[in-house]
Design a protein around this ligand. Structure first.
Ligand code: NAD
Length: 353
């Protein structure tokens, strides 16, 4: 029986193959902004400078200080840069780390944010911010950090190396998978999630074969938009909690950790979420969704075990306690024992069961 509520934030999305650089000034002008600070990471500085060039006098400066998981001192520095440039808006160019830095500035200053994503992380579609302080990552939701405008351009993702494209793509799939069984899912989320999985899972083998393929890059970014949209409007479950702990406390890399963990959490949750699991299987054109996810990523060369990512077996019980110790919405009750089973399988790289 249908029984749901569905709320989306006011984000404008433009998808412009080959034209992000020329489209961004129009988005900035639409918002009435006159002096924007462009933020990026060092590796994304070339694209960011091209955007800055297109903005001309509307660009008040380029700040290339983005770092993974937004350390609080990195956020402080960007807030200072925005203040001393007299910025009235922020344009974040890059992956989840750059967009995360733009969100940190928006959170502190209330300045409007425009996002130009270059990975499949999906952060641009969410009102979720994250900041890391003394080794612990805090996250929260705030409407101020939701970008007012997102400019998608598949050409900006062509330089993303295949291994990063694959893990970033599976990171996107994780948003869709957990949205399907979220307590606040809706029929619209279910449509976006299933289509997002279908698009991304179809695109990844294509772009692994031909990394410069325009149709494959476009399909992947389209999938990333759908999966990110799901992330933005639902509450994530056990999978995101596990990855948050493994990234925040044990320093594991973000997208790779999502890639290894996802099949195991889906297998764990499947008995309590049969419709969601069936939707993922349909989208993957498979009968066993967790196994198909593992095969997809493994076939494309992604890491399969947490051991490969540097997690010690001795840390598994502590990680399981941390996950079980802070509540999360999940279709199956979260217990330290259950989490430990998931972590052991993911650590060993065993097929999900
Ligand atoms: P990232 O932004 O750190 O990028 C990974 C690496 O790829 C970096 O070295 C970056 O410079 C490089 N890169 C990015 N785009 C590139 C391109 N087109 N070509 C070549 N290199 C490129 O990683 P990510 O996976 O995009 O984002 C991860 C971060 O985002 C984490 O901190 C995570 O917590 C956060 N995140 C937040 C949300 C949210 O809703 N708040 C959602 C997803 C991820």
């Amino acid at each position: 029986m249908l029984d749901f509520s569905h709320e989306t934030g006011p984000v404008r999305v433009v998808f412009r193959p080959g034209a992000a650089v020329s489209a961004t000034p129009g988005e900035v002008a639409r918002l009435g902004l006159r002096r924007v600070l462009v933020v990026c990471g060092t590796r994304g500085a070339v694209t960011a400078r091209a955007v800055a060039g297109a903005l001309g006098p509307v660009c008040a400066g380029v700040h290339d200080g983005a770092r993974m998981h937004v350390p609080v001192e990195v956020a402080d520095e960007a807030v200072r840069a925005a203040g001393s440039a007299g910025a009235d808006g922020v344009v974040a160019v890059g992956g989840g780390s750059s967009i995360g830095l733009g969100k940190a500035v928006a959170l502190r200053t209330g300045l409007p944010l425009v996002a130009v994503p270059t990975t499949y992380s999906g952060s641009e579609m969410t009102p979720v911010w994250g900041l890391t302080e003394r080794g612990a990552k805090r996250t929260g939701r705030d409407a101020r950090v939701l970008p007012r405008s997102v400019v998608y351009d598949p050409d900006l993702t062509v330089s993303l190396p295949v291994p990063l494209s694959v893990t970033s793509g599976v990171n996107a799939l994780a948003h869709a998978v957990e949205a399907l069984y979220a307590p606040d899912t809706s029929p619209l989320v279910a449509l976006m999630a299933e289509e997002g999985v279908r698009a991304m899972a179809g695109a990844l083998p294509e772009l692994a074969r031909a990394p410069r393929s325009a149709p494959a890059r476009a399909r992947a970014l389209y999938g990333a938009w759908l999966c990110g949209s799901c992330l933005g409007v639902t509450t994530m479950g056990l999978h995101h909690k596990v990855c948050h702990v493994l990234g925040g406390t044990f320093g594991l890399p973000h997208a790779e950790t999502h890639t290894v963990v996802l099949p195991h959490v889906l297998a764990h949750n499947a008995p309590a979420a049969p419709e969601a699991t069936a939707a993922v299987a349909r989208a993957l054109d498979a009968t066993d969704a967790p196994l198909a996810l593992r095969d997809l990523a493994g076939r494309l060369g992604a890491p399969r075990s947490l051991a490969e990512l540097g997690l010690s077996g001795a840390d598994l019980a502590h990680a399981a306690d941390l996950v079980a110790g802070s509540p999360c919405a999940n279709p199956r009750p979260v217990t330290a024992e259950g989490v430990l089973t998931v972590l052991r399988a993911a650590h060993a790289g065993a097929p999900p069961a």
